[in-house]
Design a protein around this ligand. Sequence first.
Ligand code: NDP
Length: 263
Amino acid sequence: MLRFAVLGHPVAHSLSPAMHAFALESLGLEGRYEAWETPLEALPGRLKEVRRAFRGVNLTLPLKEAALAHLDWASPEAQRIGAVNTALQVEGRLFGFNTDAPGFLEALKAGGIPLKGPALVLGAGGAGRAVAFALKEAGLEVWVWNRTPKRALALAEEFGLRAVPLEKAKEARLLVNATSVGLGDPGATPLPPELLPEEGAAVDLVYRPLWTRFLREAKERGLKVQTGLPMLAWQGALAFRIWTGLLPDPSGMEEAALRALGV
Ligand code: NDP
């Protein structure tokens, strides 16, 4: 039987078990995908167990960066982003990948969000790094803003981007909220609405609540919008393909996530 898990802390409310249960069932595979509570200090012990008994795992906060040091191999993309969200076990060896970056791009394409810059990424944490990397690789002009400016400057220098003040949002054609602002708070937004551009698109990586204030205000302004769920579904589908060679239907995974969210 195929065994998978998401490791992180906290993971009790992760949508990944629901999405991957759909993936397994829709492809007629027998397997199990669990959520394993794993604080940072428990990571080495957990990975020993993974090497022994799991086909693969997803890694989430706070493990994505730390996991790199425990793998036998990491893809060039995961190394450049500095984070791994998917590990594959083969003969006791662990191979690491980052499917957040390609998952983000696939979700944009599937949702008809034009890949048109300049793109402004709000946030320079793990998700911000993956998104900025993906957009730069896709050939867009990428700007980055972060609450703590020195993190934005460091990311800009590393990836060849521009660190900008928040006011530049007005000139962007693609806005991405990769901060955690709005998470669990429908009244919070990283961007004052008067700084929204007149045209373009806005994507929020936050999906709890699904319709964040940032997205609601962008929609009211007339921008094309996308919630965080398509990216979540795509990063999961791409991880599943790494583990099994089979690509589950990302729309079905998204619907499973929606049901688990209770929306
Ligand atoms: P990190 O902890 O690595 O980064 C958090 C980011 O949010 C930093 O840029 C931080 O800025 C910023 N931030 C936090 N609080 C504030 C605030 N009050 N005002 C402005 N900025 C703030 O988290 P991740 O990058 O891993 O995740 C970010 C979000 O993206 C989370 O909500 C996560 O759930 C979501 N996500 C969604 C995915 C999807 O598939 N849809 C995939 C991955 C993540 P500073 O540097 O100043 O602290």
